[in-house]
Design a protein around this ligand. Structure first.
Ligand code: CA
Length: 440
């Protein structure tokens, strides 16, 4: 059930844009979406600036600001959105962002007199390159899928898959921001200390069990002062939007290093995110009830709120695909590895924000959360190869006779995500793509 007071004219499924490609029912970027990113024309030594995706085009917000007059909150937001990073736009908070979204929606609609200005501030996405859209101060990775936590726990601790704190605490760890890169990232297979089964002593090796993790990224907007927790009822006002996130993981390094303080080098060598940030405003039609089974512990008061119960879930379909080097050579299509829905997460976005700040930790504009691997309840819904191949015991059949237990050099993993609900537009996230290169 949707909380209808979050809906406004920008969500009207009948809206059409004078950007023709935005009216294709299969586009990720209809006029109802309007996600933000930072781009420049490819292979030009020009400045990075904020943009908004529309169909197969980008609205250049820097150029738009020079030719379009906005007022009030929308003007303030546009002024910040044209910068080289989105941190200042994020810092403004939810209301100016909503005002800018409304102004952009009106400008881009069929019938707007601005259609004539298009050449000045539109360019093809095919001609653009992207970068991480904000300076990420801190990155935190959660563990919000109980199905993933159970599947993985079974491999590392067969006797006790789900630790007793899981259903009380939104588990997370502080990750590494420096190695987060935008879609298109190519990274070398990491080396590290491993101790395979049957080996008495650890040794240094290129990872033999390299994996992907299908996650949702959560971008923080307005921050909080140190020492002042964010109440769950206010939590979403501190969230700018969502992206796709691949938390590449070296399972053999992880298995040896993770106790007692959690993952360290097994996760810090690369993380890939999609370039476009889909705002929570754009996701309003796809919100759903958040439930906790009656047999499970109910959330402690700081993690519980009637509004969050009503619409805390986000019906976001997620998919992971693989394109191997052999597929590229033969022209074969990528193969889907798994699908999952963010609506199945055990902990939701508002709960992550409330939990992160309960002790007084200050979040800052441009901080990034990973949701943790999103796996569904069924066997083919594992959000990582560790789950899909059951720790490497049951390799997956791809196409052309290829199989995978873990990733091979040359493999490209592609994440996709979209929301759809009858009576509303389909909004998508674009792609999050990364490629494994041989170890150095
Ligand atoms: Ca993760």
């Amino acid at each position: 059930m949707t909380n209808d007071d979050r809906l406004d004219e920008t969500h009207d499924p009948a809206l059409r844009s004078w950007v023709a490609s935005a009216n294709d029912p299969q586009t990720d970027f209809p006029i109802q979406n309007l996600p933000f990113g930072v781009f420049r024309r490819r292979d030009r030594d020009e400045r990075w600036r904020g943009g908004v995706a529309i169909g197969n085009r980008i609205v250049d917000l820097h150029a738009m600001a020079a030719s379009v007059a906005m007022e009030g909150d929308a003007a303030a937001a546009l002024d910040r959105a044209r910068a080289e990073t989105l941190n200042e736009l994020m810092a403004l908070g939810a209301r100016p962002l909503k005002a800018l979204r409304l102004a952009l929606s009106r400008l881009l609609r069929e019938g707007s007199r601005h259609a004539a200005d298009a050449a000045r501030w539109l360019l093809a996405q095919d001609d653009a390159e992207y970068r991480v859209p904000a300076r990420i101060g801190d990155y935190t990775d959660f563990y919000a899928s109980v199905h993933h936590a159970t599947n993985v726990g079974r491999q590392f601790r067969p006797d006790q898959p789900l630790l007793p704190n899981y259903k009380w605490v939104p588990i997370g760890y502080h990750g590494r921001a420096s190695s987060i890169a935008v879609s298109g990232q190519r990274f070398h297979r990491p080396r590290g200390q491993i101790r395979p089964q049957g080996s008495e002593r650890p040794f240094v090796s290129a990872s033999r069990r390299l994996d992907y993790e299908l996650e949702v990224g959560v971008w923080i907007g307005a921050g909080n002062a140190c020492g002042e927790p964010i109440a769950i009822a206010d939590a979403e006002r501190h969230v700018f939007g969502l992206c796709l996130l691949n938390d590449w993981s070296a399972r053999d390094v992880q298995g040896w290093e993770y106790q007692p303080l959690g993952p360290f080098l097994s996760k810090s060598f690369a993380t890939t995110i999609s370039p476009w940030i889909v705002t929570l405003d754009a996701l309003a039609p796809y919100r759903g009830e958040w439930r906790r089974d009656a047999d499970d512990p109910q959330p402690l008061p700081y993690l519980d709120d009637p509004g969050n119960r009503r619409h805390g879930a986000i019906d976001l379909q997620l998919e992971a695909w693989i394109e191997t080097a052999a597929m590229r050579r033969s022209g074969a299509a990528p193969v889907r590895l798994s699908r999952a829905n963010f609506g199945d997460a055990y902990w939701n976005v508002a709960q992550m924000v409330a939990h992160h700040t309960i002790g007084g930790c200050n979040l800052q504009p441009g901080d990034l959360f990973g949701s943790g691997t999103q796996s569904g309840p069924n066997d083919d819904e594992g959000g990582s190869l560790l789950e899909l191949s059951q720790g490497g015991k049951h390799p997956l059949a791809l196409s052309g006779g290829e199989t995978r237990s873990f990733l091979e050099d040359g493999d490209t993993v592609i994440l996709r995500g979209w929301c759809h609900r009858p009576g509303f537009a389909r909004v998508g996230f674009g792609e999050c793509r990364g490629t494994v290169l041989p170890a150095r």
